[in-house]
Ligand binder design. Sequence first.
Ligand SMILES: C[S@@+](CC[C@H](N)C(=O)[O-])C[C@H]1O[C@@H](n2cnc3c(N)ncnc32)[C@H](O)[C@@H]1O
Length: 264
Amino acid sequence: MAHSHMAEMLDLDAEVLSDYHHDVITWAGSLVPDRPRIIDLGAGTGTGSLALARHLPGAEVIAVDVDEEMLEHLRHRATELGLGERIRTVQADLDQPWPALGPADMVWASASLHHMADPGDALAQALATLRPGGVLLATELDSFPMFLTGTADTGLEQRAHAALAALRDEAGLHMHEDWGDRLAKAGFVVEEERRADIDLRPPLPPAAGRYAQVSLARMAPRLEGRLDPADLAALEALAAGVADRDDLTVRATRTVWLGRRPQA
Ligand SMILES: C[S@@+](CC[C@H](N)C(=O)[O-])C[C@H]1O[C@@H](n2cnc3c(N)ncnc32)[C@H](O)[C@@H]1O
């Protein structure tokens, strides 16, 4: 259940924040040669792999993830979209020495570097996987999407987010890294950093209600014992009824770093 919620959330994110995703994919396309070889690190359900393969008809994409269920979902979607020939999946734990994946023109890492046990080691392996002059596009989130800003439920949503953030920190996720600095230390030339402050107002994309529901429903079980019982009960009730509300908004921030492997 938790797993399928995660997979659905990733797909809904791409659907609801489609303008943002489109902008980053267009940017990625401007950075690679014809027929690029692209490696998607921590590919999940393949939001990046699929969009890159669609946008770049000559691209070959290698989608890497530790989670075989995610990769199965990705392969299924790739076949449905007629992209199966150009997207290959590799099941691998990127905290370990990587299988031979290169040489690549681009390494794409969307919301995955913060999962790595040692991001410095992962970035060093990413650098070695790139051709000289090849690029890394790394996206990270400052915060998870918020849906109830400006409503009577803002405070509850904020408390739930704060409790989850504490949980992630305790679990050792690298949510507050200076990724530009990390990239530079790993040997990349950091060429650009783009921050997107996403603020969608009604009318929202049709999938936004479902995205809010899945996000909130996924929070409640993880916050047992971490949130005041009254807040927890209110969060569950909120999740149950949120999809049909007409006062939702979508606020999210994303930052993308462009790092290049030096020519020599
Ligand atoms: C938040 S999801 C992001 C998925 C996708 N890149 C996207 O933007 O929609 C993070 C992904 O990283 C994968 N992951 C986490 N740790 C990993 C590791 N050590 N090796 C490989 N993949 C890993 C997870 O299985 C998950 O699919």
